[in-house]
Design a protein. Structure first.
Lengths: 423, 423
């Protein structure tokens, strides 16, 4: 297809959008990628930025850079507010519009607070680099505040971290915050012992990492507890404030609460005017398209797409990548008058890490945990980090951090005024 | 000296404060370092963060980490608002106080706008990591806005960058922005040619880098012009707005203006109630102390300290480091009843860089420029970057960037709402 051919507009430069764009561009299709951020983010390592292990530049690259080699691709920095299906037009924040011939929605999801949006101020979630820098500021500030605080009870609240939700993000955050306290800053404070910091991981379900085999959940829980995380299963957070969380009816004084408990589609999804699931994700058919519309595809976390067992596919990078490639191939095939069989997700397994030397991974045939699980996790994440440079840098940084327990990016930046006790 | 000995309080964790703290701590003195940031910053490379070449974590380390090995050192994250000389007490923002026996003021300087503080909103300066991230956002956003803009004149304004002041920071910024446009993003935009971006370097004096020998200024100017920077000497900025700068009476439409034209002491300096120079810097005697007070020292950029020729010493890292060490030795000597000769600055030379393969450096005996000047600059800056890890990482990043013209940290982060044209 040449530059004057029908234009494919892709909303979102995450894994789904990026893989679709590259595949389409490689075949010369005209593509516009619209994203409200200028960067593609390697989200599986975002918790490392939030806990000062990596810098934003290590896990993110400009979308323009990643697609710069394809002359038929345009990148537009804008937020899409509304989709007009019949007019085949996107409405952008600030007033502009963008017309498409074919639309791929790959805008991802945001964290959700189960109908309590006011909780976000007390318990930020982790989806963007700005989220991660906010979390990093809060976590590092808590230790600074504890050093300035003279009241013992208040200091204890600064040194209590509550992580809500024990999916991969919650588990990784809890483990990393615990390591930060016990190793990285262990010798840097004079008025308290950072090792006494408490990290609570609160989960409503009856095990951590519920997407995994129960035996691996047990291994992960044991690893978390060995690190010092207090794992609280079957417990619910019923209230949150700037001073703590109410967990199963009892108040836990804690100045830092991190949210990893749920996701929902951005409001954009509802503007399309097609059926969505309970989390607001757009339901798609077996071709990843909005039922009845051959010109609109939804991929990645934003799509509610049934897997082989009838259950929706999980919100994982491999799902988004495979859908991105599939949809690109389908668009090209159809332009040539051909058809493609339905999308089929090839499940290569799932993995998660717990601290600096433990992890779990499972495929259909294999389960690994402990050091081996962690090595598997490390290997796969480095291989998939987009761009040679990042991969090498991250590897060096990790090696260094692993040897020294150091965390290189412990910088409190941002314009938010720190709310510290009077010194 | 033991932990119960007189306490030295150091305000500022820059080069002066850090070197003083380490020297004092190595001799067991009780030291408290107070800084409003949690990090020590390698300021000579800050322009690299502002132009997306390095990440904040590459040039900054937590002060706690750098001083963590000394049990007699405390670090306090707080902003000092006022010094009460007679009561020997500091007043902190938020209400607390901190008493000292001996005080070392090393709080540095901020950029100054020659009595036009309202210019700061249009032309931010470069002193902190947050400043650098703000500049980075503005520079990267300008290219994004140019891609969205359809009006040619407005696009040209987005693609015009004015750097005010041709000292080291101004020269380095102008060179780096020019390289960013001509090489790094050269192939990433579709609606304009980034190579046509204009970078103006406006300087009121009659040469760039006036602290250097005139022949080196000429070399630097030629290098800048070879890169594509429009060097405007003997020209003054008389007005600034969100849309441009008035330079020598004529208006230059430019959406991005970077300020590198002057510095002044923070308001803290005036609260001490002792004589200051025209930039608000505290005048000190030959022992780096406030005249007549053996308990208050001022070092680094904040001090107005006469050099051997009677002129004030320049605001350079080596001056701050040498003063920091001197003052530490003096305090220890006096505690033992001994005296020290006056402070004497050992001038090892000065250097600056212009883009990716040119620089100038001079010592009393030697002048180098071009590639040799750049290599000298590179060598010294890597040697002095505090901490092995940073040094290695920065070297790798630079090597990579040098080979590819890449800039790894081209991320638009921060909560400031982007002001883009409607797409």
């Amino acid at each position: 297809m040449g530059a004057m051919d029908p234009r494919v507009v892709i909303v979102g430069g995450g894994f789904g959008g990026l893989y679709a764009a590259r595949r389409l561009a490689a075949q010369g299709a005209s593509v516009t990628v619209v994203d409200k951020q200028n960067y593609h983010l390697f989200q599986p390592l975002l918790y490392q930025v939030a806990t000062a292990g990596l810098s934003p530049g290590d896990i993110a690259s400009p979308i323009r850079y990643l697609l710069g080699a394809y002359p038929s691709v345009q990148v537009t920095l804008a937020e899409v507010e509304r989709v007009e299906l019949e007019a085949k037009r996107l409405h952008l924040k600030g007033g502009g519009t963008l017309s498409y011939d074919t639309l791929i929605l790959a805008a991802g999801v945001r964290h959700s607070y189960f109908g309590k949006p006011e909780w976000e101020a007390f318990a930020p979630g982790l989806k963007t680099l700005d989220d991660a820098l906010d979390l990093r500021r809060r976590v590092l500030m808590a230790f600074e505040a504890a050093e300035l605080e003279t009241d013992e009870a208040k200091r204890a609240a600064w040194l209590t971290f509550v992580v809500v939700g024990a999916g991969p993000t919650g588990v990784e955050l809890a483990g990393a915050v615990c390591e930060l306290a016990r190793f990285t800053v262990a010798k840097e404070f004079r008025r308290f012992d950072p090792k006494k910091a408490r990290v609570l991981l609160v989960e409503g379900g009856n095990r951590v990492l519920a997407a995994f085999d129960p035996s691996l959940s047990e291994h992960a829980k044991a690893s978390l507890e060995a690190l010092g995380v207090e794992v609280r299963l079957g417990q619910r957070v019923t209230d949150l404030s700037a001073d703590g969380a109410t967990v199963n009816g009892s108040f836990v004084p804690a100045k830092t609460i991190l949210w990893a408990a749920g996701v929902e589609a951005p409001s954009l999804a509802r503007t399309v005017g097609v059926p969505v699931d309970s989390a607001g994700r757009i339901r798609v058919d077996e071709h990843c398209q909005v039922p009845g519309r051959t010109d609109v595809f939804v991929i990645g976390d934003l799509a509610s797409c049934a897997g082989p067992d009838g259950q929706p596919l999980p919100g994982l990078c491999p799902v988004a990548m495979q859908q991105g490639r599939y949809v690109a191939d389908l668009i090209v095939a159809r332009a040539k008058g051909r058809a493609l069989p339905p999308f089929r997700y090839v499940d290569k397994g799932i993995m998660a890490t717990v601290g600096r030397a433990a992890g779990i991974a499972q495929t259909k045939r294999l389960k690994v945990w402990g050091l081996l699980g962690w090595l598997a996790w490390l290997f796969v994440h480095i291989i998939f980090l987009i761009g040679f440079r990042n991969r090498l840098l991250v590897l060096i940084q990790w090696t260094w951090a692993w040897l020294t327990y150091g965390r290189s990016a412990r910088l409190i930046t941002g314009t938010e005024p720190p709310k510290l006790p009077a010194a």
